[in-house]
Design a protein around this ligand. Structure first.
Ligand SMILES: [Zn+2]
Length: 298
């Protein structure tokens, strides 16, 4: 079922409207920031130039939040279905023709916006928005439940009690609650310290594997596979605690790390032929002899 059939649910009540909105949300803020900061350390000099031209002072951690910040602006309503991809429950893989018609899902959006970000026929404003969308959706697609099922809004309609007293839902559990639990497992921890820890723990073999596959459809299918496990693994009483967190921590860490590595790799590929918009000023001709400051032999 495509999410655009939502309008038929509207009479059911505002509650559903609210959960629909939250399904369109991303990793919690920290997830995007972690992915952005991991990616920043991996950009080529050429990509850095392109990023600075398009984003100015914003780094990837900040720019990755924009697509969530504009969700209240009706001008961008068209982008809401682009934060996720849905597949039928009995299917193991995403089929673009079925699950992403006209490219209207996270998989299609990443391909489209990466291309637009480097398209010199577009205005700087269009390219800037495209880049910010691409950064965000690459993060989203690495969150398992952003490749999920339409009938429960990507887990938003599955109530969960976490760590005894946190009333949440399956989507938000993976978007935010488990990541925050990890962040606060160390005194004074924040998203930057977690990003640094993930960076230092990355197994080189896996990094090479992540970098070698830059097809967003593969990323979506990886997430869908994890999503299937998440549903199988959820306790019948939907209460999750320390044991659940510990057993899923490697998956959470791996998806954040892979998201950061792939964000950098995708941007490096996108801007591989980037020509700086402002050419360096031509230096005045100088007399070569005047530049010779090499020590004089005694
Ligand atoms: Zn999102």
């Amino acid at each position: 079922m495509r999410r655009r059939t939502i309008s038929s649910w509207i009479p059911l009540a505002g509650l559903i409207a609210i959960t629909v909105g939250s399904h369109a949300s991303a990793w919690g803020q920290e997830g995007h920031q972690i992915i952005g900061v991991i990616a920043m350390t991996r950009l080529t000099p050429q990509t850095r130039v392109a990023i600075i031209e398009l984003l100015g002072n914003d780094d990837l951690a900040t720019a990755g939040l924009w697509a969530d910040q504009i969700r209240g602006d009706s001008k961008y309503d068209w982008a809401k279905p682009l934060h996720y991809v849905n597949a039928p429950r009995n299917e193991n893989t995403i089929v673009l023709e079925r699950d992403c018609a006209k490219g209207e899902c996270a998989v299609g959006a990443i391909t489209r916006f990466l291309a637009e970000a480097s398209d010199s026929t577009k205005s700087i404003e269009e390219r800037r928005d495209a880049l910010k969308f691409a950064i965000h959706f690459i993060g989203d697609l690495h969150q398992p439940l952003h490749a999920g099922y339409a009938d429960d809004l990507g887990g938003n309609r599955i109530p969960v009690i976490a760590f005894g007293d946190i009333k949440t839902n399956l989507h938000a559990l993976w978007d935010t609650v488990l990541i925050r639990h990890k962040i606060h497992s160390k005194p004074g921890g924040d998203w930057r310290t977690l990003a640094n820890a993930l960076e230092s723990e990355m197994p080189p073999k896996e990094v090479a594997q992540w970098e070698s596959n830059l097809d967003p459809l593969v990323w979506g299918n990886e997430s869908l596979a994890v999503t299937r496990l998440i549903y199988n693994d959820l306790p019948a009483d939907a209460k999750v605690g320390e044991a659940y967190y510990q057993s899923n921590l490697p998956t959470i860490s791996r998806r954040l790390a892979a998201g950061g590595v792939r964000l950098a790799a995708a941007l490096n590929k996108t801007f591989a032929n980037h020509q700086p918009a402002v050419k360096p000023a031509v230096k005045p001709a100088v007399n070569k002899e005047n530049l010779d400051v090499s020590p004089v032999s005694p």
